[in-house]
Design a protein around this ligand. Structure first.
Ligand code: HEC
Length: 138
């Protein structure tokens, strides 16, 4: 093999390595992982903290087109439409809390055995705080 051929071969090898690396990089999961988005202990925001959690864990079954149990969690207004579900200022009176905190002894949401992951304790506490702070559309 002459020197020119060697050079071309090297260029092809380098090109292939870059192409494979680019392929791997493009396959990386870029979905927002709300479970790593820690909710603060005060000034909880609906759009920044609550909505992404509900979208990932609840809206699959509580959408406007098919609201299981008659509950649509997809928008701020539908989420807060029933004061029995979100009682502004009083998380302990809110059925949404009864269904995510096992201490109320009700069947927890998302239902066990479904494809949806349970909320972690930071997310449950975040929901408490958001409702306690007035369940604002912030
Ligand atoms: C796999 C489907 C599924 C997912 C995911 C799910 N739910 Fe439910 N949910 C249901 C079904 C079915 C019912 C009605 C039966 C019942 O009350 O257990 C229900 C009922 C409810 C109710 C009762 C409504 C009322 O009027 O009292 C609340 C509140 C609720 N879900 C909240 C949530 C929250 C919050 C999440 C996310 C953390 C969630 N659900 C995720 C299926 C789901």
């Amino acid at each position: 093999m002459n020197e020119k051929m060697m050079k071309i071969k090297n260029i092809i090898v380098v090109f292939c390595i870059i192409a494979i690396a680019a392929l791997f990089y493009s396959c990386k999961d870029t979905g927002v992982n709300t479970d790593n988005n820690t909710i603060p202990s005060s000034n909880v925001s609906y759009s920044k903290h609550i909505r992404p959690v509900l979208e990932a864990h609840c809206v699959g079954c509580h959408s406007s087109s098919n609201p299981q149990g008659g509950f649509d969690a997809s928008t701020y207004s539908s989420l807060t439409a029933d004061p029995g579900i979100v009682f502004k200022g009083k998380p302990e009176n809110s059925r949404i809390i009864w269904r995510v905190d096992p201490k109320y002894g009700m069947s927890v949401m998302p239902p066990l055995g479904s494809n949806y992951k349970a909320l972690n304790s930071n997310q449950v506490t975040g929901l408490y705080t958001w409702i306690k702070e007035g369940a604002n559309n912030n």
